[in-house]
Each structure stands twice: as C-alpha cells, then as structure tokens.
Design a protein around this ligand. Structure first.
Ligand code: GDP
Length: 525
C-alpha cells in the first residue's frame, strides 16, 4: 500500500469501546450498530448468552458456558466510508483485567447510561480508566422509550459523579409514553419518534431552531417545554468545545433508545464525525510514532487462551499502532529481539473468523500464538527499534489463596503459575510471613479461567480459598513493621517483593491510618 493510501485508510479508522453497567443496553446498541454496518441481519445475534445460539467454533468450555467468544471481542464493519472497530469490554462476572486493558487499545469510548438509573458502579470504574487515558468519551443516555430521569439531572450527574462536563448534542422531547422525538441541536432538526422498523423521519428547523409554523407539534406542550429547555442549555449549559472533547474533559451527550433503534443512527453518524482517527503514540524512548509511519508496529493488549482445545492455541490481540499489517510478514518482538513470521492472523467479525485482508493502524489483529507473546509486548517491522509504553497494572480487588491439590504436582503447579502470571491472566502475591500463594484479580472470571487452565494446560488441580474483596495498599518497606498486620489487613508481597496490605474494607483502612498516621499507603491506580 502506498503512503497516500495508507494515510487515507488510517484516517477512516474509528476504534472504540463501549463502557456501561450491566443491563444499560450495551449489547442492544452494539447490535444496532452492526445492523447499520450490515454485519448482522437481525438483532439478538451478537452474544450466544442472550439467545442460546452459540457460534460454531469450539472454544474453551468456560467461554462457551458464559457465552464469551472471540468474535464478539472485536467487531468491525464499514459504515459511511469509515472502518469501525468496536472492542468489547465484558461486564458482569466476565469483568477482568482484560476489560481494563482493552481500554488501552481504543481511541475513544462510548458510555451507555440507563436514563432511569443514571451512572452506576461499573460505569464509574471503567470511566476512571478511560479518563486517565485522556481520550474522547461520548455519552448515550439510553432507554428513552421508558420514563427516565430529567435530562438536566442526568447531565448534572456527569459533572457531580464523574467530574466531566456534559454537552447536550440533542435533547429528548418527552420520555416514555410522551416521547415525541429528539431535538437535534447539532443538526438543527428533529428526529420524530416512530415505531420500531419504520424509516427515520427528520424535520428541519428554521434559523431560530423552531419547527415550521404549520407543523402539528408546535401546538404540543412538550415541544414548548423542549424549546424552553433548549434555551436554557444554550444559555447556561456547557458549550460544545472540540478541544475539551478531544482531551476527555467534556463529553457530548446524546439521548435515544437502543431497543427501538431511535436516535442510534443520529448518534452513530455524529459520533463517527467527531471521534478521532488513530493518532501518534508516545514511545518509551521519548519519540512519537505517527500512525501513518510506513513501518508496521503494534502492541499486545490481550491474550486469550485455548480457544480451540484441539490445538491448544492462544490468540494474542494486537492493536496496530502504525503502518500496515501483512500476512506472513516478519516482525521483531521487542522484548526478546527475536524475529517472528506472522503467518496466522485472524480477522474479527461478528459471525465468523476469517483470514485478515488489510489491516492498518487502528485495527486489531489476532495472532495465533504458541507462547511467544506477553501482555504489553511490542512487535515491529523495519530497522528502527520500537517500544510502546508499558500497559498500566490494575490494582486487583478480589483475592484467593491457592495451593496445588496434589503435592506431587508441585513442579507443574509452579510452572503453570509462573506462566499464567507472566501472561497477565492473574496477579500473584505471597503471604509475607508464610510465603503462601495469593492470587489477585479485578473480576471473578479471572480465577475461574486460571483454575481451568491450570487443570487443562498444566494438568494440576488447584484448591482456591477465597479471601474475598480487599483494598490493596502498598507501604514503604522502610516504614514496615510486621506487627502492623492482622487478619483485617493481611500483609503480602508482590512479584517485586514490595510489601502491601490487603485491607478488609474501607473501615479497616481508616482504622489503620488513624493508628499509624505517619505511614504512607499508596494504591497503584
Ligand atoms: P447490556 O448488559 O448492557 O449489554 O444490556 P442489554 O443490551 O443486554 O440490555 C439489557 C436489557 O435492557 C435488555 O432486556 C434490553 O432489551 C433492554 N434494553 C436495551 N435498550 C433498551 C431501550 O432503549 N429501551 C428499553 N425499554 N429497554 C432496553
């Protein structure tokens, strides 16, 4: 591909993740987008979990049970001249460090909020990670077909709970049974509410932002109320600010209903215009690598194991940071400086796995891996050495004590443990005094996957004893006195032998702080 073509292709990429609390409507809105993209023909096909019809491939049992599949990890489609990549961030029990790391591989995030519930716990957690990256965040207030909270309240909550300005791009005219339409401030038009399946209907507004005088809605009190509210937000609300949006300091807010496919297209159209194309990355040596650099490079942000038990393969998910990926190309693995030939790559679709055609900066490729890759690895082609910045470590919240069931299996237990920890599947700690193994994770699923893989790949049955949810805080070794620990603040050390306490709860942490006011405790994230 020549340079001009590469620039064009990269400029068309839109790579994002949807963050939300379970049940806010992420799956539903994703499906609507895939429908627009022509990837699926009917709703209800994205996750086996929801419909019971699993995809044909035979992936890891645990994944099948939970309905997580690699095909829904990355979904891509072409829409209005853009090549869209949606990276899934699983919620529910599926929540894991992968969920967080996936947010390191996107250029923007869409936050879906249930307009009856407002901002919920999981959204807050994920938001925090996205916010740290400083990438643009777009908000979709969903379920407008039901009675929800006041739109002004919902926007206010963004500022109060998430500390981000909300800028209304459109405004609901009524809600639930009284829903009339969406007042699209950005396009100066109204999208009329209609039955699901009917064609979208838009009415253009005049320069004042008013309906034509003869339009029946002008007589409706809801329209009048909308005009009042629009007046209010235009006067006193946050003004649309491209720079703030680009830095993640302001979030454009859209209203709609994913289920009735109302406002989703308006959202998608505007989102794809406003969301950024892949941009340059800061490298560890202080240089900036342009996305349109002709040399291919990328980093591994996720490794998914044993999707096909017959082959015991793993897939390393690589976010392309620059250049073009070509099947069979030789790359250097930065960590080892070894050359690898990338023969086997997979393209992600919602219904099948296919061999990759073209993939450029912004796209995700899945590489079949026989154990070469670790999370965070850089691969690159060409002479100049490249190294992407390390992915952040996420402080685990759930902990388990783990031992091998059969003492004769100690060797494979240690090997499995070492490899899985290296791969980033779980985090490992040891009891400061006894040296017992303690695993840390951000979601329960990580433990289940760990247990499953120890059994399947290392033939070792493990016994796991839950310690439960804890708050991890590091302590300066100079200040440490082992008598400070108790069952309510378990003392452990991390892989670098750094000591930390696992506090039972906030109360235990505060109690400790009161007792030892001079001791400095730090959270990693
Ligand atoms: P997820 O857990 O965030 O992926 O949520 P889903 O997309 O699975 O949606 C959760 C539930 O909310 C499902 O029963 C959906 O049918 C429903 N739902 C999603 N969007 C809407 C909406 O716009 N209006 C209404 N009334 N229900 C919705």
């Amino acid at each position: 591909m020549n340079q001009q073509k590469l620039q064009q292709e990269v400029a068309n990429r839109r790579t994002f993740a949807i963050i939300s609390h379970p049940d806010a409507g992420k799956t539903t809105i994703t499906e609507q987008m895939l429908l627009f993209g022509g990837v699926i023909r009917s709703a209800g096909t994205v996750k086996g979990k929801k419909t019971g019809n699993y995809a044909t491939s035979d992936w890891m049992e645990i994944e099948k049970k939970r309905g997580i599949s690699v095909t829904s990890s990355v979904m891509e489609f072409d829409y209005q001249g853009k090549h869209v990549n949606i990276l899934d961030t699983p919620g529910h029990e599926d929540f894991s460090e992968d969920t967080y790391r996936t947010l390191m591989a996107v250029d923007a995030a869409v936050m879906v909020i249930d307009s009856a519930k407002g901002i919920e716990a999981q959204t807050k957690k994920l938001f925090k990670v996205v916010k740290q990256r400083g990438i643009p965040i777009f908000t979709f207030m969903n379920k407008l077909d039901r009675d929800g909270r006041e739109p002004l309240d919902l926007i206010g909550e963004l500022e109060d709970l998430l500390n981000i300005e909300g800028c209304a791009m459109n405004w609901p005219m009524g809600s639930g049974k009284t829903l009339k339409g969406i007042y699209d401030i950005y396009h100066n038009r109204i999208e009329m509410y209609r039955q699901k399946g009917d064609e979208p209907q838009f009415v253009e507004l005049d320069q004042e932002g008013h309906l034509p005088a003869n339009h029946p809605l002008t007589q409706d009190s809801i329209y009048q109320q909308t005009l009042d509210e629009i007046g209010l937000i235009k006067g006193a609300g946050n003004q649309f600010d491209r720079d703030k949006i680009a830095q993640g300091k302001q979030t454009p807010v859209f209203f709609g209903s994913a289920l009735t496919n109302f406002g989703v297209q308006t959202f998608l159209d505007e989102f794809l215009q406003l969301a950024p194309a892949p941009s340059a990355h800061e490298m560890t040596d202080g240089t900036t690598l342009s996305a349109t650099d002709p040399q291919f490079s990328g980093f591994v942000f996720k490794i998914q194991a044993n999707m096909n038990p017959k082959h015991r393969d793993r897939i390393a998910f690589v976010r392309i940071g620059s250049g073009e990926f070509e099947k069979g190309m030789d790359v250097t693995l930065q960590r080892t400086q070894k050359t690898l030939r990338l023969n086997n790559a997979t393209e992600f679709m919602s219904s099948q796995r296919e061999q990759v055609k073209t993939a450029v900066a912004g796209d995700i490729v899945g590489l079949y891996d026989t154990g070469n890759f670790q999370i965070g690895d850089t691969i690159y082609s060409g002479k100049p050495k490249r190294e992407y910045q390390a992915l952040p470590q996420f402080t685990p919240e759930l902990f388990m004590e783990v031992t091998a069931k059969n003492v004769m299996k100690q060797k494979s237990f240690h090997k499995g443990m070492q490899q899985l920890v290296q791969e980033g599947a779980v985090q490992l700690y040891r009891n400061y005094q006894t040296g017992d193994y303690i695993l840390g994770a951000v979601g329960q699923l990580q433990f289940e996957v760990f247990k499953f893989r120890m059994q399947n790949e290392y033939n070792t049955e493990v016994i796991m004893k839950p310690i439960g949810s804890r708050i991890a805080r590091w302590i300066d070794p100079e200040q440490l006195d082992t008598t400070m620990s108790s069952s309510r603040n378990l003392l452990v050390k991390d892989l670098d032998d750094q000591p930390l306490f696992l506090f039972e709860n906030r109360f235990a942490e505060n109690w400790f702080k009161d007792k030892y006011p001079d001791v400095k405790l730090t959270a990693k994230l």
